[in-house]
Design a protein around this ligand. Structure first.
Ligand code: AHG
Ligand code: MN
Ligand code: MN
Ligand code: MN
Length: 335
């Protein structure tokens, strides 16, 4: 193995070479990474740390909160509120925005997170994660409100996720490609293990919750039917399927070996655009996927171009290998 590059070194180099990562953003990312390290320790303790099971509360979207949903949310807030880089935070697990308390200095960044992604997998010991996204507050006015968060994903200054799996890996983009860092537990440090991550343009692997098939819209049904028809169908090749039910784990596989991930609109909740959250899940993942050469749409437009209208906005998600995402998007156009 060659020289080890740490997350700190990577970020300092990004700052020096490209100038577009200000020191404040670099420090903010380091704090988030440190919080993820703490979360990894809790996740690993499992039953021994009394972190499994339900918290007995509900979040604003009507989901029952797991203990870890609440713990991870607290860890992220505690780690980030005092650093002076942030104006406010928002999370899947909080009804409104969280203002940095007055006793701490205020910064210019806005941090959004899905503190624990893949809640249904916590108790069964399957990979879960933390997803985050960073925006810059428009500094034309003082104070901060929910309105400041309602910026399209194309404005993200940084995005990433940490996956707690067989390895703990931090995946990051600051708009200059995608880098992966593996947690070295003995040293307690993040080590760069892959840079310039790229998603192959073509794939033979799809990820979708097939149990919802009867609820899908025709373009999604058409695409999956054609995949299932295999070699003898219109695609002329066999497809494999994976569905982990942790977006972080499904996206991580796609960054590693290609594939397409879909959580489309379906008629179980006809009035909602989809299940996944634009600000905490779709935007950060779409930024990462595009930075790795993939694509991300809601079937009609690029996810990063969507102008959000509310904090907990939902969205239909189709992302991964470029040619497949373009195909599903074209099927929506034709329908
Ligand atoms: P969260 O645990 O943050 O609420 O997110 C769960 C999401 C996402 O990670 C995953 O892709 C999807 O929900 C799984 O949904 P189904 O259980 O409907 O397959
Ligand atoms: Mn949830
Ligand atoms: Mn999630
Ligand atoms: Mn979550």
């Amino acid at each position: 193995m060659g020289k080890r590059v740490s997350l700190t070194q990577y970020l300092v180099e990004q700052q020096r070479m490209h100038g577009h990562i200000p020191a404040q953003l670099r420090l903010l990312i380091e704090v988030v990474a440190r919080a993820c390290k703490r979360i990894a320790i809790s996740v690993n303790k499992g039953a021994l740390g009394d972190v499994l099971g339900s918290a007995g509360t509900e979040n604003v979207q009507g989901e029952v909160q797991k203990k870890l949903d609440v713990i991870c949310n607290e860890v992220l807030i505690e780690a980030n509120e005092w650093g002076g880089h942030l104006a406010a935070m928002a999370s899947e697990e909080m009804d409104g925005i969280y203002l940095v308390p007055n006793r701490f200095p205020q910064g210019e960044y806005l941090l959004m997170f899905d503190p624990l992604d893949g809640s249904s997998n916590i108790d069964v010991n399957v990979s879960i994660g933390t997803i985050f996204s960073v925006l810059k507050k428009d500094d034309a006015h003082a104070g901060v409100s929910e309105q400041d968060f309602l910026q399209p994903g194309s404005k993200q200054a940084a995005a990433g996720y940490c996956i707690y799996g067989p390895q703990t890996t931090l995946v990051l983009t600051v708009g200059d490609g995608v880098a992966m860092f593996t947690l070295d537990r003995e040293q307690g440090s993040w080590v760069l293990t892959q840079d310039g991550v790229t998603i192959p343009e073509d794939t033979r692997e799809f990820a979708i919750n097939m149990s919802n098939m009867r609820h899908w819209a025709p373009p999604v049904k058409r695409y999956i039917d054609e995949c299932l028809a295999g070699k003898d169908g219109p695609r002329g090749k066999d497809f494999n399927m994976r569905w982990i039910a942790s977006m972080v784990a499904d996206v991580h596989r796609i960054l590693t070996r290609g594939g397409i991930f879909m959580y489309p609109w379906d008629k179980r909740e006809p009035d909602k655009p989809g299940k996944l959250r634009l600000m905490y899940e779709a935007n950060p993942m779409s930024f990462i996927v595009e930075q790795a050469g993939g694509a991300a749409t809601n079937g009609h437009q690029r996810i990063l171009d969507i102008q959000p209208t509310k904090l907990h906005e939902r969205v239909s998600v189709i992302l991964g290998s470029k040619n497949e995402v373009e195909r599903v998007t074209a099927y929506h156009r034709d329908s």
